[in-house]
Write a protein that binds this ligand. Structure first.
Ligand SMILES: Cc1ncc(COP(=O)(O)O)c(C=O)c1O
Length: 392
């Protein structure tokens, strides 16, 4: 069963995952008595430095990179901001054009858009109805002054996986560097930076059963970034500030465990998300399963229901003890369809009915069957209410 504080059915693992107790055990000494600062030269400081170095080796081992290419950050958002803004500002000698996509997480998209006020041009590539970027469109978009192409490895609302090696080859042929946000993909896909052919890659621990508030930016040797934070010379002078030692220790352990158990975890998640999709599609009419049916993250069961307000559906499910999401957690306060759903070009009547269910390593078949049954029942109830009020 999914371990949450109130033992509800938790199907929102793309928003965050519960801390793995084994990861917590590795972090415990650094939350408590191992309180040294890694910059201190005394024994306690050296032990903290050693712990940070071990985590760096763990992350580098999974990414297949050198340990000096790993920068620890406060999470996926900071890693994305540092990649996009830091890279763009450091490369102005070559050009001021960057390319990204219309479905990036806001940590990338808004960072890129912020550069427009500094005389950068930003191209946001459209996607097809399954959320895929067309390599031909990237080929057309890149120019001699394109310095960075930032495309997420897998989308956080619909789970669509991009063909990163193909897209990266096109970007590199044009002389641009490639950043990928692998925050959702990590733990479910291979994130070896050479096989993906990327120069920068972002990760976040809390999507991998690690702690919140810590992440990583991989930066290929030779890639320059303009600093975003001023202060100490931590992280090889690329990210100032005392390291979050317990968080970093937890991140290293979580990333290593996620990779070691990746096949087993993804087989479990793939089978459960498929059962959920089957149950819901069998019981509901007028729905789309969003994302790419062939290339979707194993954890994802994303739906769009016609003539349904997903916020009402989410609230009804929550009252039944089932946690899901209507889209990105960061935008779920808003009643507008998310930028991702807009970009898919779904027919108008599906746009407000997007529901994201994401299973995890602790989810059970019984939980997804109960959740599927509840989704079907609540969708029918909401439609019956609208029909009787004459809304549909
Ligand atoms: C694809 C993607 N990128 C970036 C982030 C931000 O990561 P963090 O919550 O660690 O700042 C998220 C979190 O939702 C995400 O899904």
């Amino acid at each position: 069963m999914t371990q949450t504080a109130d033992s509800r059915i938790y199907l929102d693992h793309a928003a965050t995952t519960p801390l793995d107790p084994a990861v917590f055990e590795v972090m415990r000494p650094y939350l408590w008595f191992e309180a040294g600062n890694p910059s201190s030269v005394h024994a306690a400081g050296r032990r903290a430095r050693e712990a940070v170095d071990t985590a760096r080796e763990q992350v580098a081992g999974v990414l297949g990179c050198k340990h000096g290419e790993v920068i620890f950050t406060s999470g996926g958002t900071e890693a994305d901001n540092l990649a996009v803004i830091g890279m763009a500002l450091a490369a102005t000698g070559r050009g001021r054009h960057i390319v990204t996509t219309a479905i990036e997480h806001h940590a990338v998209l808004l960072a890129a858009r912020s550069l427009r006020s500094r005389d950068f041009e930003v191209t946001e590539l459209a996607v097809d109805p399954a959320g895929r970027v067309n390599p031909d469109e990237l080929e057309t978009a890149v120019r001699p002054d394109t310095t960075l192409v930032s495309i997420g490895l897998a989308n956080n609302e619909i789970g669509t996986i991009q063909d990163l090696p193909t897209l990266a080859r096109i970007a590199h042929q044009a002389g641009a560097r490639v950043h990928t946000d692998a925050v959702q993909a990590a733990g479910q896909l291979d994130i070896n930076v050479d096989r993906l052919d990327v120069d920068l890659l972002s990760l976040s621990a809390h999507k991998l059963y690690g702690p919140k508030g810590v992440g990583t930016l991989y930066v290929r040797a030779g890639v320059n970034l303009e600093r975003r934070a001023f202060g100490g010379a931590q992280e090889r002078d690329r990210r100032a500030g005392t390291e979050n030692v317990p968080g970093i220790v937890g991140l290293g352990e979580a990333v290593a465990r996620a990779e070691a158990e990746r096949e087993q975890r993804t087989a479990h998640m793939r089978s459960l998300s498929a059962s959920l999709v089957e149950r819901v599609t069998a019981g509901c009419s007028k729905l789309r399963v969003t994302g790419d049916p062939q290339r979707r993250l194993p954890a994802f069961a994303p739906f769009a229901f016609a003539d349904i307000d997903a916020e009402s559906l989410l609230i009804r499910l929550d009252l039944e003890g089932i946690a899901v999401s209507t889209g990105a957690a960061c935008t779920s306060g808003s009643l507008e369809p998310s930028h991702v759903i807009e970009a898919l070009g779904l027919p108008e009547r599906f746009r407000r009915g997007s529901l994201r269910c994401t299973v995890g390593r602790g989810t059970t078949l019984d939980e997804v069957m109960r959740a599927g049954e509840a989704i079907v029942r609540q969708v029918r109830t909401l439609r019956a209410i609208s029909a009787s009020s004459g809304a549909v």
